[in-house]
Design a binder for this molecule. Structure first.
Ligand code: ACO
Length: 347
């Protein structure tokens, strides 16, 4: 296993390090190298991965004319699915790098298409986070912006056996190729109970709007039995450690556009309200709450939040798929039949 989640203690270890330590000092390419090495026994360096991702971004950009027609008329989230399903391997090139390098080029091209502008060609000589932002924003990003996106990529690149990673591994366990496995992972990610939550987090903050409305809005939503996006987790019974890592990254970014004090007030009230409503079931802030604020502060359009999550998580998906293909058996759970016995319907 490539990362470890301790839900009782609120700990996440990725490739042998606590997420808070990793996000402060490692770049996405370095962590990706460690994940791929862990899965395959190779000894790639950060520089190797940086070079192979740069080249893969360029290859993907050259293939955009083939990939983008399938996305026309679709939302960014759905168009991204159609485009990644069209990726394919080329002999002599690592499929892992082809996939992880392609995703930001595709996501950025979809964002530019919505803006009515042409895709921005990648720069293979800068970091994956820097080039992702450059292609998304259509300008050279500030080093603090790059550091914030890189911290985000590192923080969410892998997370144990979450739903999308499990979906990826199920497909990889059939010996289907990495492209099929990652497409399955992305499909699982898009749901609002998993990686589709950050856009609704922003919608919630917009709907609340002002400090005075926090309490009545949250109480009314919980009264209607709604789930509040960015809270609760299947594994964590305490605060998701990634939430604080991302909050610190937002503070370092110090973006004028991010109203962190307001978001923190909303967070604080929701935690109290959830404790009152479900005293037996700890429901704490998860990674998606601060993901929404961080990506919004970077001026990434909210419709692209899930694809940008996938850009980072693809490092984990590809590593898990390789590990599964190398060491695993076919994943085939048994099920419990609850229908009638043969002949019972007639008798
Ligand atoms: N808001 C309000 N109530 C909640 C929330 C929430 N966010 N999460 C759980 N609950 C309540 C449920 O309604 C349920 O109450 P009940 O027993 O009275 O019916 C109780 O807590 C237990 O809920 P479960 O569904 O058993 O919790 P589960 O472990 O299945 O859910 C999940 C985990 C899906 C993340 C859930 O907490 C949720 O829907 N959160 C909102 C969506 C979200 O933030 N998703 C991102 C997760 S992080 C990630 O995937 C990257």
């Amino acid at each position: 296993m490539l990362s470890h989640v301790d839900g009782e203690r609120g700990e996440l270890i990725i490739a042998g390090e606590h997420v808070a330590d990793l996000a402060g000092k490692s770049r996405f390419e370095g962590v990706t190298a460690r994940l791929w090495n862990g899965a395959t026994g190779r000894s790639l360096s950060e520089a190797n991965v940086r070079a192979s991702l740069g080249a893969a971004r360029e290859r993907a950009f050259a293939r955009l004319p083939d990939l983008l027609p399938a996305t026309r008329g679709l939302s960014i989230v759905d168009g991204f699915r159609a485009a990644i399903a069209g990726l394919r391997g080329e002999s002599g090139l690592d499929h892992e790098a082809t996939i992880v390098g392609a995703l930001p080029a595709i996501a950025a091209a979809l964002v530019q298409h919505v803006r009515g502008t042409d895709p921005v060609a990648p720069d293979p000589n800068i970091s994956h986070a820097a080039d992702t932002l450059r292609m998304l924003l259509g300008r050279k990003p500030d080093p603090r912006e790059v550091a914030a996106l890189d911290a985000y990529f590192v923080t969410v690149c892998d997370h144990g056996m979450n739903a999308s990673t499990f979906a990826t591994r199920v497909v990889a366990s059939t010996q289907a190729d990495l492209f099929a496995a990652v497409t399955a992972g992305y499909c699982a990610l898009t749901g609002p109970l998993h990686g589709g939550a950050p856009e609704p987090v922003l919608e919630m903050l917009d709907a609340i709007g002002t400090r005075e409305r926090i309490q009545p809005w949250v109480d009314a939503a919980l009264g209607r039995g709604e789930r509040l996006m960015g809270f609760g987790h299947r594994i964590y019974r305490v605060r998701d450690p990634r939430a604080d890592v991302l909050k610190a990254a937002i503070e370092r970014l110090a973006a004028g556009g991010a109203d962190l004090p307001f978001a923190s007030e909303v967070e604080s009230y929701i935690r109290q309200a959830l404790r009152r409503k479900n005293p037996e079931r700890p429901l704490e802030t998860n990674v998606e709450f601060f993901t929404a604020i961080l990506l919004d502060a970077l001026a990434i359009p909210r419709q692209a939040f899930t694809p940008i999550f996938a850009v980072a998580r693809a490092a984990g998906w590809t590593a898990h798929a390789r590990e599964q293909q190398r060491t695993g058996r076919l994943i085939r759970p048994s099920s419990c039949y609850v229908g009638p016995a043969p002949g019972a319907a007639n008798g």
